[in-house]
Write a protein that binds this ligand. Structure first.
Ligand SMILES: *Cc1c(COP(=O)(O)O)cnc(C)c1O
Ligand code: SF4
Length: 528
């Protein structure tokens, strides 16, 4: 048959390999050719028939995959089913012809499908454990609602107060006594918390407290919000706060030429046990004077290098709407300011703060120059239907919602926990932006620190396994943000770069651009 010969000749390498497997010599291990069970014969016949009569590619893939498996496991070649090499060659030819990209049967059966199978293995452990090791607040919602009912009745909070920012603040849990009313705490823990809260302020909103799973030891939400004895015991030599050597003007921190922060308030709706700004935040709430804001804005007005201003705190959403509006307006009126950011954890701790007036203010300013909201979510458990909805609404009003997580021992320091966090927030309209290695500057939270290398393993494990835009950058803060990612360039071979695939360790050669051509050759348009 001339026809099949020519088809065979143009077969690609993958398909030739597949045919060799199907019709090649028997595997020596299997000496006896078993009789074909009737059921198998019927199955193959059905696959054959649907491949013959179809204009789809799927049946051919099913047929070839099945024949390959039968040959490998039972050592029965297609001839034994009355399927000739010529017929299969025609099927292969038809498949390639039907496929929009000319993908061959061999390419699909012998390469693409095994690659997908291998890829699936890399996430098997994650898929198995993600909902038990790192349940999201959405998955825990029924249990959280039980907590809500309990907390509401113990603290005597009505529905309206529960679902309002002011109600949440009015009923915030700021004493060990109040905490122990809503969560069962063993007496030695109560003693320890009493000691810790003498030095560290505790405040969590009843909503944030409802996310705590009381039957779990070391609940990650509890760890983030309730000061413990370690914080007191860890205090050694206090480092000077960051502002001491990085504040060129009142309220301003600046490391970089084009971006700076205004610490517009020192208040937060809740106080985090791992707060980088613990020296400014946790002592007492302060209202800053108009003079302070004016001096900060004047510094920005007078420094035309600056283009991006990050309004932070404390928590920017603690500021009243009127003030947020005024600051954004003042920044929008400065020609050289092109971008604004607001740093807030409030959508996670008190989502009802995100009211329609605030959203209008954000949207109005975003229409002039992009506004981004930068938040801090450290566990999937902090995402509930309520906070997700708040983020959804914010995301419609601003140009991006970004997350800066802190890598914290026991809270998010496993692959499963961190992947789950990144996927959950991405599904909640929030883009993972940074993961900070927990700073050395504050001895209070030394017990939360995770070695740089461990963080690298976690971040690196995401490449090739979760969406690229759900992978944050791994950062150390040390007078500015310093990237901590691992290099995947592992060597050189001749002029090629040798790289390592983060997900499999497989080495790949990558021909580099010719440096001489890059430096010295001009485009042909420039020839005269
Ligand atoms: C974090 C931070 C910034 C912003 O850094 P990006 O890398 O642009 O997000 C700017 N100034 C100070 C003082 C900061 O702490
Ligand atoms: S919300 Fe931010 S600034 Fe406020 S206590 Fe938590 S980490 Fe610190």
């Amino acid at each position: 048959m001339n026809n099949t010969n020519s088809a065979e000749e143009i077969m690609d390498q993958f398909t030739r390999e597949l045919f060799e497997e199907l019709f090649g010599p028997a595997d020596e291990k299997i000496s006896e050719i078993p009789k074909i069970p009737e059921k198998l014969a019927l199955e193959v016949d059905a696959l054959f028939t649907s491949t013959k009569d179809t204009e789809r590619t799927g049946p051919a893939i099913d047929l070839f995959s099945r024949l390959k498996k039968i040959k490998k496991e039972l050592n029965i070649s297609p001839d034994a089913f009355g399927i000739s090499k010529e017929t299969l060659t025609l099927f292969a030819f038809k498949h390639q012809h039907l496929d929009e990209h000319g993908v061959t049967v061999g390419g699909r059966v012998n390469r693409a499908l095994p690659i997908v199978e291998q890829a699936n293995e890399r996430v098997a452990d994650y898929l198995k454990n993600k909902d038990t090791e790192a349940p999201s607040g959405i998955e825990l919602w029924d249990r959280i609602q039980e907590n809500v009912r309990r907390i509401k009745s113990i603290l005597n909070i009505d529905d309206d107060e529960w679902s309002s920012y002011s109600g949440q603040l009015r009923h915030c849990i700021d004493s060990v006594e109040k905490l122990s009313n809503i969560i069962d705490l063993p007496s030695q823990i109560i003693e320890e918390l009493t000691r810790a809260t003498k030095s560290y302020r505790m405040r969590l909103t009843p909503y944030y407290a409802s996310l705590i799973q009381p039957d779990r030891t070391n609940d990650p939400v509890l760890l983030q919000s309730v000061p413990t004895g370690e914080m007191v015991d860890n205090i050694g030599i206090e480092m000077p706060p960051v502002a001491a050597d990085h504040s060129p003007a009142r309220l301003i921190d600046q490391f970089y030429p084009r971006v700076l922060t205004i610490k517009a308030t020192n208040m937060c709706a809740m106080y985090c046990t791992h707060c980088l700004r613990i020296a400014h935040i946790g002592k007492k709430d302060r209202i800053y004077s108009d003079n302070a804001y004016e001096e900060a804005l004047n510094y920005i007005r007078n420094n035309t290098h600056i283009r991006d201003v990050l309004i932070t705190g404390g928590d920017a959403f603690v500021l009243p709407n009127r003030m947020i509006k005024n600051i954004l307006k003042a920044l929008d009126d400065i020609d050289h300011i092109k971008m604004k950011r607001l740093g807030t954890r409030i959508p996670v701790t008190t989502p009802w703060r995100v009211d329609s007036e605030l959203l209008e203010i954000l949207e109005e300013s975003n229409d002039k120059k992009p506004v981004r909201v930068v938040t801090q979510i450290n566990t999937a458990q902090e995402i509930t239907p309520i906070s997700k909805n708040a983020f959804k609404r914010i995301s419609k009003s601003v140009s991006a919602v970004l997350n800066q997580a802190v890598l914290l021992k026991g809270i998010n320091d496993t692959k499963v926990k961190m992947w789950k966090l990144c996927e959950t927030i991405q599904e909640s309209y929030v883009r993972p932006y940074y993961i900070f290695n927990c700073s050395y500057r504050n001895p209070q939270f030394a017990h939360f620190r995770v070695p740089i290398e461990k963080g690298r393993d976690i971040v690196e494990s995401m490449y090739g396994n979760i969406s690229g835009d759900a992978i944050p950058r791994y950062i150390a803060t040390a007078g500015g943000k310093i990237p901590l990612h691992r290099s995947n360039v592992v060597g050189h071979e001749g002029s090629d770069i040798v790289m390592k695939k983060p997900w499999s360790g497989e080495k790949v050669r990558y021909p580099d651009a010719d440096p001489d051509e890059y430096a010295n050759k001009n485009f042909s348009f420039a020839k005269n």
